[in-house]
Ligand binder design. Sequence first.
Ligand code: A3P
Length: 282
Amino acid sequence: HSYKYRMLEGLVVPPYVTPARLNLSRTIATQPADVCHCSFPKSGSTWLANILYLVLHDGHEPGQGAPLRSHLHWMESAWTYPRTREQVDALPSPRIFKSHMPHHMALAGGPRQSPCRFIYIARNPKDVCVSYYHFESGSAWSGGYDGTWEHWLRLFMDGRVQRGDWLDHVLSWWEVRGEENMLFLRYEDLKRDFRGQLARIAAHVGVQLSPKAVDRVVAASSFSHMRAAPFSNHKHIADFQGFFRKGEVGSWRDRFTVAQTDAFDRLYTERMADSGLTFTFE
Ligand code: A3P
């Protein structure tokens, strides 16, 4: 099979994550008004980015269909703006940053070293693995994976997909969840109790939303709205729909065989056991 990647400090990353960009991302000057949302890929980062933008703009999407990416600053990616320290410094506040790095490679040193507010979103790993398989199989511009599902699952369990080992990633952020500038969210909680999680997000970024603004955020963050909206649907990446596939909890059942489930559960249970972190799989 083929699968494009680069090794950076022992971590498997997409080719567009360059050493220079990672260095810039780690060393930018951040402020308390900044927000950085972090996640392992396919864990709901586009959803969270959309929510954050809306929360910081009283529930209003930008006019003229300006795409979400122009409001998010993805320092790690060599494709995206801003490219220099001066450009980062000149961005209007509040700045929204995005990162897919494990904690030890986090933006501006992560919540222990930066005054920026961090939000990590985690999703149950079986759904992440399936979502990621579809995503990388459909994206020539990212991994361009062309192998089987079975082999993909092996790569995922061995920590050889882009951004490395899911368990290491999530547990590294779980460890710092108690920092005052840190909020830890789960995708399944957003699905189950959107308004409750929205209140946590708004409080974390210091915004008080009116009931009408809350309703606007709810409407503009639904799967169907986001999938259709030019603001969030990433139409710039050809007609690729990998960011909006099903948006459900439990779609791993379409792919995992009974034997694969057993093997996965053994690894997962063993490594998660002492963490106190649990997920809903259905
Ligand atoms: P599926 O492939 O399981 O459908 P990311 O943005 O981190 O790449 O994550 C993509 C996953 O989030 C996809 O999962 C996508 O469908 C889901 N998603 C995107 N927007 C969503 C929304 N508004 N509500 C629920 N799920 C959403």
